[in-house]
Design a protein around this ligand. Structure first.
Ligand code: KG4
Ligand code: ZN
Length: 335
């Protein structure tokens, strides 16, 4: 039987809505909040207010774009967590009200599971079990994916997320927020071997990015003492060298995880999977290691409701619904 689900994402600084019909994601409307640029990072209170302003027009646009009216919907899905509590609350409350008004089921979606399930929106789709390196502004995880909702974290960062490391390094270089995409842009014009930064990973499959962040800070401080124009003169080479050091750390552990679990189905997901250096390095490793590699389309790397819609479809099939008493969870484990 046909099913149509409206999905809403509001975990951080993107308000997004998407419609999925019989497992096919029809669209992905995203409103990015530019207000945070002035502050060099996401300001939670401003994020909540911006979600409140955008949610009605974004949902309305998603429905109208594909000619779906509210009474045609079979379920409403929303990001329950992890994320900023106030931001999540906007999407959760909106979804609950709409489900109540329409008398249809409500589906809660885990944001990190959804990043991984974005791989099921388009072909080719990974085969189970696969390993997904999930890299975003809030998370860095190696996930063993055994099924659409059966996931196990086998390695993760003990401090900062890699997206945060990109953004903080960018801030030190005087770039605006979010700096990850800018480092990516400038790195294309630079020499990645010009400067070296330490590999500060943890033992086993875990990561740590606080050490490399401090190393970059001290290196720049010392160089700026010698030459106040050091950053301006070396922006491209610095971007390329920082990006290369972060990617090496990510991929060393990914390679180790693949070897230890004897898996050749490899995926990446999350905002940092939009990084062209990471995507290119992975393509190279695919050849060297005989992997099948799955890299999401750019629109499904950073936060979007298309991935929430995809995850919601699998939960709808399994009839995994929640009641109206459900609330957001800022820290929601992947399973
Ligand atoms: O998944 P996402 O949109 O939001 C979270 O759930 O955190 O990830 C956002 C992060 C930011 O840190 C941003 O700088 C980073 O992804 N990012 C990138 C690129 N595009 C987004 N980092 C490096 N290179 C990129 N091209
Ligand atoms: Zn995300």
């Amino acid at each position: 039987m046909t099913n149509i689900i409206l999905a809403i994402e509001s975990s951080c600084d993107e308000t997004s809505a998407s419609i999925v019909k019989d497992g096919k994601v029809l669209n992905n409307v995203v409103a990015t909040q530019s207000i945070h640029q002035e502050y060099g990072g996401v300001v939670p209170e401003l994020a909540s207010r911006a979600h409140q302003q955008s949610i009605v027009p974004v949902v309305d646009k998603a429905m109208k774009e594909v000619g779906i009216s509210p009474n045609q919907l079979d379920a409403i899905a929303f990001t329950r967590g992890p994320g900023l509590l106030g931001a999540l609350l906007v999407g959760t409350s909106f979804a609950k009200s709409m489900a109540l008004a329409l008398g249809i089921p409500l589906i809660d979606v885990n944001h990190m599971q959804a990043h991984i399930l974005a791989h099921f929106i388009d072909d080719p789709k990974p085969n189970f079990p696969f390993i997904c390196l999930t890299v975003s502004g809030g998370h860095t995880q190696l996930v063993l994916v055994k099924g659409h909702t059966k996931m196990e974290v086998i390695g993760q960062t003990k401090d900062d997320a890699v997206g945060e490391a990109f953004d903080k390094a960018a801030k030190m270089l005087g770039l605006s927020y979010p700096g990850g995409p800018l480092i990516d842009k400038y790195a294309k014009l630079g020499d990645a071997t010009k400067f070296t930064f330490p590999n500060t990973s943890m033992p086993g499959l875990d990561y740590s990015f606080s050490g490399i962040k401090t190393a970059i800070l001290y290196f720049l401080r010392d160089e700026l003492k010698k030459d106040p124009d050091f950053i301006t003169k070396n922006l491209h080479d610095l971007s390329a060298s920082i990006q290369s050091a972060l990617i090496k750390m990510l991929l060393n552990k990914l390679k180790r995880a693949a070897r230890e679990h004897n898996i050749k189905e490899i995926a990446i997901a999350g905002g940092v999977s939009a990084n062209t250096g990471l995507r290119d390095a992975l393509e190279q490793m695919k050849v060297e290691n005989g992997w099948n590699v799955y890299i999401p389309d750019f629109q499904y790397c950073t936060d979007n409701a298309g991935m929430i819609a995809m995850a919601a479809y699998f939960k709808y099939q399994a009839k995994e619904f929640v009641g109206l008493e459900v609330g957001p969870l800022a820290r929601m484990p992947i399973n």
